[in-house]
Design a protein around this ligand. Sequence first.
Ligand SMILES: [Fe+2]
Ligand SMILES: [Fe+2]
Length: 297
Amino acid sequence: MTTARRFTSTSARGIDTQCLPYRLFQKAKRLGVWDPRDIDFSQDVEDWKSLTEDQRIETLRSLAQFQAGEEAVTLDLLPLIHTIAREGRLEEEMFLTTFLFEEAKHTEFFRLFLDAVGETGDLTAFHTPHYRRIFYEILPEAMQRLLVDPSAPAQARASTVYNMYVEGVLAESGYFIFRNGLGRLGKMPGLLRGVQYIARDESRHIGYGTYLLQRLISQDPSLFDLVRATMDELTRYPLNEDLPPREFNAFGVPVTLLQDYAASRVQNRLEVLARALTRSPDEAIAVTEADLGIEEA
Ligand SMILES: [Fe+2]
Ligand SMILES: [Fe+2]
C-alpha cells in the first residue's frame, strides 16, 4: 500500500534550524529544565504564618486559581499539538513537546507549595463564576473543538484563548500581583523563585502563540477580527468579580494599578498581532525573540 506520508528531517530541506519554533526549542532545553522539587520552601513555611489573615486568603485565592489554571493548560493543550502534528510542522511540534512538559511542572510546582505550607483543603470555592466560565468552559471548548475542526479559524480561537488571554493576560497579571505584593514584602522566596521560572517558561509559550497567530493572520487577515472579538468576549469576565470594591489589595497595592496592568496586556497582545496585517506570510514568521518579548534569563 502506498502512502502520502513525507518526512521532513530526511528531505533536502532538513530541519529548519533558523525558524523561531526551533530556536524556542533550543531555549526550552536550556531554561525549561528547572525542577520544582529543587526549590526550598522552608522560609516560605515560616513566612506563611506571618501573613495577615487578609494577605493569606488573598494569596490562597491566587494560588487556587493558578493551581487549577496550570492543570487546565496541561490537560487542554494536546488537541493543538495534535493539529500541528497533522500539518507536519516538525519544528513547531518539537517546541510543543517542551511546552506540555513545562505546564506539567507548573502544575507540580503549585501543588508542592500548597502542600509545604499545609494548605491541603479543597480550594475550589476560590473559583468564581467568571473563573469557571473561562477555565471550565471557554478554554476546554476552544481546545477540544480542534479535535473535530482543525481549521485556521478554530486554531486562531484556541490560541487566542489559551496563549493570548489565559497565559498572556491572566497568568502575567497574576505574576505582577505576586511581585508587587509578596515581592515588595520580601516574603515567600521559594514561591517567588518558582513564579520567576514559570514566567520565563510562559514567555516562550506566549511567544509561540504569537508566532502561530501571526502566521495564521498573515495568510487570512480576516482572522484578526476573530482574535479581537475573542479577546473582547474574554474581557467580559474579569476575575475576582465577587470581591467588594476597594482601593488597595491586602498588600497595599492600588487595585487600579493591577487593573491597568491587565488592560495593558490585552492592548499589547492585540498591537503585536496587528503587525501581521501588513506583512506577507514569510515576513510574519520571520520574527525575533525581542519582537515577542521572550525572556532570556
Ligand atoms: Fe504554565
Ligand atoms: Fe504556559
